[in-house]
Write a protein that binds this ligand. Structure first.
Ligand SMILES: *Cc1c(COP(=O)(O)O)cnc(C)c1O
Length: 402
């Protein structure tokens, strides 16, 4: 097992635990290159089912249960809080609102810290500790910070989070503080916070942003768990919100591996939905070109996807293309409306997650998706991640009513 450059023409290979953030030859992102010589799909499907009855910490985790597809670590080194194991839930009002008959949500907001970042963080933190890290850090719009803080606390290392000042939901900031992280506020956007962090390459810090290929490996297991829940039958469409595009990049890697080793025989079309004010990939898609132009001042109420220069765009785009999917954007009004409908189904989510339902409705409205298609929408964060947003929108409704 090793690290390899994501650019297949460059194809530079590095030691699996090399402390590299990017390809030393060409600067492209890295990915984990597995040795799959011993993969036996039917046997693994049975083993993974069997593990659901086990008491082993690794089997209880919805990430490490699929560890044949993850880098290997001694069992006692694994930093886990029982992440994963999130249900598939149907929404009656949401399906009606979007105009589809078969809609299920995979709610990643029901993870230990309330969002999917935990799925990547358990692997990233395990790798950090394995390589002897004492200080781990990330830039974040809030959720990565909360997740890093929790897993750093579990691992007994110092967690440091770089946040765009005044742009992070208080609920997420409160989590980072509760878990004992050092909070550094940066003037500007998430992109500025990430640039500030990435300059600190020789301060002995282990970086845990989503460009870290180990986080991608952990997030990849979302698709293993989803397809396991669907008896290895892919839905027609998978809808996911896009910010830094790490999650859709991870799903793309999962699809590639699951198809290649015969776990599934068909891929879902992956639909990536961005916010209209932070939509560089959607713009690229509409123009039909191959070069991403960053959005200088990203703006959206969905703060988790308020990102102008997504680092994992090439990985995400490759996944959209190989699955025959597409990229689109939705307005803040559409996101708010979709979020309210998800709430009224008794499910709830944070604003960024609701971009999926808003995007789905849009694709139904212009008949890109047939009404009888099977659809799984990824909800990325818990409703309690941004309570101020909920209270404010209800105050506005009140004001309109009077
Ligand atoms: C991080 C995050 C996203 C965006 O995911 P990317 O991997 O950056 O595209 C979307 N929703 C929520 C709730 C998040 O925390």
């Amino acid at each position: 097992m090793q690290l390899r450059c994501f650019d297949t023409k460059c194809a530079t290979k590095l030691d699996l635990h090399a402390p590299a953030l990017a390809c030393p030859t060409c600067g492209e992102l890295l990915e984990v290159d597995m040795d799959f010589s011993a993969i036996d799909a039917p046997a693994l499907k049975a083993l993974w089912s069997e593990r659901r009855k086990s008491r082993d910490v690794r089997d209880i985790s919805g990430v490490w249960r699929y560890r044949e597809f993850l880098p290997a670590y001694p069992a006692n080194e694994i930093v886990s809080i029982g992440e994963g194991n999130t249900p598939l839930v149907r929404g009656r009002k949401t399906a009606e609102w979007a105009g589809v008959s078969d809609l299920q949500f995979k709610h990643l907001g029901w993870n230990p810290t309330g969002c999917f970042k935990d799925l990547g963080m358990t692997v990233g933190m395990t790798e950090a500790v394995h390589t002897g890290a004492k200080v781990v850090a990330c830039a974040s719009t809030g959720n990565t910070a909360a997740s890093l803080a929790a897993y750093a606390a579990r691992a007994g290392v110092i967690g440091r989070v770089y946040l765009p000042a005044g742009q992070v939901s208080l609920n997420k900031l409160a989590q980072a503080l509760d878990f004992g992280a050092e909070v550094v506020e940066i003037e500007g956007s998430f992109d500025d916070a990430l640039n500030t962090l990435l300059e600190k390459t020789n301060e002995g810090i282990y970086f845990l942003n989503s460009i870290n290929p180990f986080r991608i490996e952990g997030q990849k297991t979302t698709m293993f768990e989803l397809l396991d829940q669907l008896n290895w039958k892919a839905p027609d469409y998978l809808v996911v919100p896009g910010g830094n595009l790490g999650n859709s990049a991870a799903f793309a890697k999962a699809f590639d591996e699951l198809l290649r080793f015969g776990f599934i025989d068909k891929l879902p079309r992956m639909i990536v939905v961005q916010a209209a004010g932070a939509n560089p990939l959607a713009q690229l898609w509409r123009r039909g070109v191959d070069e991403l132009i960053p959005v200088d001042e990203p703006e959206t109420i969905a703060t988790a996807i308020r990102i102008g220069n997504p680092r994992s765009w090439k990985k995400s785009l490759r996944g959209v293309r190989t699955t025959g999917g597409q990229v689109l954007d939705v307005t803040d009004e559409e996101i708010s409306e979709a979020k309210a409908v998800i709430g009224r189904d008794g499910i709830g989510c944070e604003p960024a997650s609701a971009a999926t339902l808003a995007g789905l409705r849009k694709l139904r409205a212009n008949n890109t998706i047939p009404s009888d298609a099977s659809v799984v929408a990824i909800l990325t964060g818990h409703a309690l991640k941004d309570t101020n947003f909920i209270i404010r929108s209800h105050q506005r409704e009140e004001a309109h009513a009077h």
